[in-house]
Unconditional design. Structure first.
Ligand code: G4P
Length: 264
C-alpha cells in the first residue's frame, strides 16, 4: 500500500503562506528530534527559500541525543534541539533569532511544521507570560493567524503541513510511527514491522525489560508483547492490539530515547 495523506486544507495553507511572504521576516521550522530527516517537509524546505530560518527540533527529551546532535551539526541553518515542555524556549529562540536577524527590533515569524510536531506547544510556551492576541485582520484567513507574543515578536501560526507524495515510503512509516500521519492512512502491521526490525538492528536490548524478549524475530516479539500485557489466549492473541502497544510505547518513550532516522 502506498502511503499518502494530503488533505485539501494543506494545499490551501501553502498557497496562503506564499501570499503572506512579504510580511514574514523569519521562519521557525519545527521538526521532530527523533526523526529530523523524515520530518523535514520538502515543501516547507523550499517555501520562502530566501527567508532566514531557525529550526526547532522538538521532543528532545524523547530523542537519542548524541545521534540527534550529530545530525543537527550537519544543517546549514541554526538548529535548537529542545524539550518544549521544560527548556527555556523563549530565551533560546530569542537568542537564535537575534543572531540571525541582528537589525530587527520587531520580528514577524512564520511557525511551520508537520502535524503533531509541537507548534501549539511552542506558541503556548512563548505566550505564557503575555496575553495572546489572535487577530482577525483582513487578508488573514482562518487557516493562518497572527499571534502577538509581545511588542517585539509576532507569530504567524499555520496548521500542520505534510506533502503530497511520499517518494520515500520509509519516511512516511517513520512519521506514522511517531503519530504524525493518522494511523487510518498507514497499515499498523507495516509500522510494527518497521519498528521491530529497526530496533533489532539499532537498539537490540530495548525489548528485554519491557516485553522480556531478547531475540530478533518479529513474530516471536509479538507473542512476547501479548504475553507481557496478559493478552495471550493459549497461543493466540489480537495482533492489532499488539501493533498498537508497540507503537504507543515508542511514542510515549517507554522504548527509551530513540533516533529512528537511521538505515534499516
Ligand atoms: P502541533 O500543534 O504541531 O500539532 O503539536 P502539539 O503542540 O499539539 O503537540 C503534539 C503533542 O506533542 C502534544 O502531546 C504535546 O504535549 C507533545 N509535545 C510537544 N512538544 C514536546 C516535547 O518537546 N516533548 C514531549 N515529550 N512532548 C512534546 P499530546 O499528548 O497530544 O497532548 P498533551 O497531552 O500535551 O495535551
Amino acid at each position: 500500500m502506498v502511503i499518502q495523506y494530503f488533505p485539501g486544507h494543506m494545499a490551501k495553507t501553502i498557497r496562503e503562506v506564499t501570499e503572506h511572504a512579504s510580511q514574514i521576516d523569519i521562519i521557525y521550522e519545527l521538526r521532530d528530534a527523533r526523526a529530523p530527516i523524515s520530518s523535514k517537509n520538502p515543501i516547507i524546505e523550499s517555501m520562502l527559500e530566501t527567508k532566514p530560518r531557525v529550526q526547532l527540533w522538538t521532543k528532545a527529551d524523547l530523542a537519542d541525543r548524541p545521534l540527534t546532535n550529530h545530525l543537527a551539526k550537519e544543517e546549514s541553518s541554526v538548529v535548537l534541539v529542545v524539550d518544549l515542555h521544560h527548556d527555556p524556549v523563549d530565551r533560546l529562540l530569542a537568542q537564535a533569532t537575534a543572531a540571525v536577524l541582528p537589525t530587527h527590533t520587531v520580528v514577524r515569524a512564520l511557525v511551520v511544521g508537520i502535524p503533531n510536531v509541537g507548534k501549539s506547544t511552542l506558541i503556548n510556551r512563548l505566550s505564557s507570560k503575555a496575553k495572546v492576541n489572535v487577530e482577525n485582520r483582513p487578508g488573514v484567513t482562518r487557516h493562518l493567524q497572527w499571534i502577538t507574543i509581545n511588542p517585539q515578536l509576532r507569530l504567524l501560526d499555520t496548521p500542520g503541513l505534510l506533502w503530497k507524495k511520499f517518494d520515500d515510503q520509509g519516511a512516511a512509516l517513520r512519521l506514522a510511527a511517531l503519530g504524525m500521519i493518522p494511523r487510518t492512512h498507514v497499515p499498523t502491521d507495516e509500522i510494527y514491522l518497521f519498528l521491530a526490525t529497526y530496533f533489532f538492528h539499532h537498539y537490540p536490548d530495548r525489548f528485554a525489560s519491557i516485553y522480556q524478549y531478547e531475540g530478533s524475530d518479529v513474530m516471536e516479539l509479538m507473542t512476547a508483547v501479548a504475553k507481557s500485557r496478559g493478552l495471550l489466549r493459549g497461543t493466540s492473541f489480537d495482533e492489532d492490539r499488539v501493533y498498537e502497544i508497540v507503537i504507543l510505547d515508542l511514542q510515549r518513550g517507554k522504548l527509551g530515547k530513540v533516533m529512528i532516522d537511521g538505515p534499516l
